[in-house]
Design a protein around this ligand. Sequence first.
Ligand code: ATR
Length: 484
Amino acid sequence: MAIATPTPASADLGVTGMGVMGSNLARNLARNGHKVAIHNRTSAKTEAVIAEHGSEGEFVPGETMDDFVASLSSPRVAIIMVQAGPATDAVIGELASRMDEGDIIVDCGNALFTDTRRREADLRARGIHFVGCGVSGGEEGALLGPSIMPGGSVESYKRLGPMLESISAHVDGEPCCTHVGADGAGHFVKMVHNGIEYADMQVIGEAYDLLRRALGLTPAEIADIFAEWNKGDLDSYLMEVSVEVLRQVDARTGKPLVDVIVDAAGQKGTGAWTTQTALDLSVPVTGIGEATFARGLSSSPIQRAGARGFEGHAEEWNIEDRDAFIEDVRQALYASKLVAYSQGFNLIQAAATEYGWDISLADMARIWRAGCIIRARFLGEVTRAYLTTPDLPLLIADKYFYDKVVEALPSWRRVVSLSALHGVPAPVFSSSLSYYDGVRSERLPAALIQGQRDYFGAHTYKRIDAEGSFHVLWGEDERVEVVS
Ligand code: ATR
């Protein structure tokens, strides 16, 4: 079936890239009363959307890019949902060559924020708005209501924002979509969201592993414990998902599904991007970093084979008070999760300063409350924390969260110690506790490191009791200190 030439300039906006995510976004827009132009490089996908879902709303299928662009009302809004990288650049090029000043191109893919900044600057020079827009919630979210993180100009948001807000998830009538900040801010925040997601998944994994190894519980029994936890502070979509996965029985073998899945975690790179960016901005995101490295370790067959049979000198587990241990693990999970979020928000703060983005952390927590993968009850409290104190130096300095961390500390310390004694890896639990002890320390061994640096590299140091930079003449007999 050939697609008829559409009525010119009648669609409210368009979506190009009719993969699962693109078509679901387009359907969501159409279902919410928007007239949506749709297009795909190969038109069979466009035809399939019309054939299967054409009755859900008003679609304007475009066979060619010319038809697609011509069908958009002015100022045009075209959403791109294709693979990140060269495909996105190619489609931007095709769209931009057909667009006019004031038109808006929106990239809803998972682009690296530096690419978004480059594309935005290029298109701005041509008078076209470019919006890098994070969309979280997977396929189902795209169709039923994702969390949406658009960057770009304030002006473009005036045209685009109401449409995106109408299709986003809502909490108490508030949309999980807001203008994040200029140029690449939306994709940056989406990247950090994904990094936090890595840490969130890893802490749940560490809790599962400890409960299993220490208490010999079955996956189904751990699912029951997680279901209980999901009624309190830890109430979250990822906890819900974990319960479902742990309860799943493999049809082929009758074993718990988790026991027949190869224990090598995959990744598409957003955790690594977050960690790399954090290193560039000197923000410790140890939770996200360790979670990313843990996935790497799990997927390193050569090293894991090379270490097979390594001695652990680990003590045998002998937990006397089962319920107390379970509560300790819950507390360790919660505290580690709070640290990971605290670090993630610090990274957004640092980027906002570096790139001149006016990002409201309260708004970020607010739009993550529903629709996205890290949606969780406690994000309501995070929103409150940043609304009360927008420049909170760290999330765990907020009284509510600080009290939670302090309450968790004895349990957290026991769990980290026990995991070390018994040879169970708990990289995010333990690194988060180290981070907490690091930031709260009066003095850190960094003073010795400064001394070492001055010794071998004349890098100088600052004194606690005088202004300026100092250096010791280490090579000389007297080793006197000089002002550098
Ligand atoms: P999903 O996983 O969401 O189903 P996908 O298979 O990754 O999506 O494909 C995403 C979209 O990117 C597809 O619409 C694809 O177009 P085709 O159906 O023609 O393959 C689109 N895409 C990929 N590379 C592209 C390119 N260079 N130019 C235009 N579109 C491209």
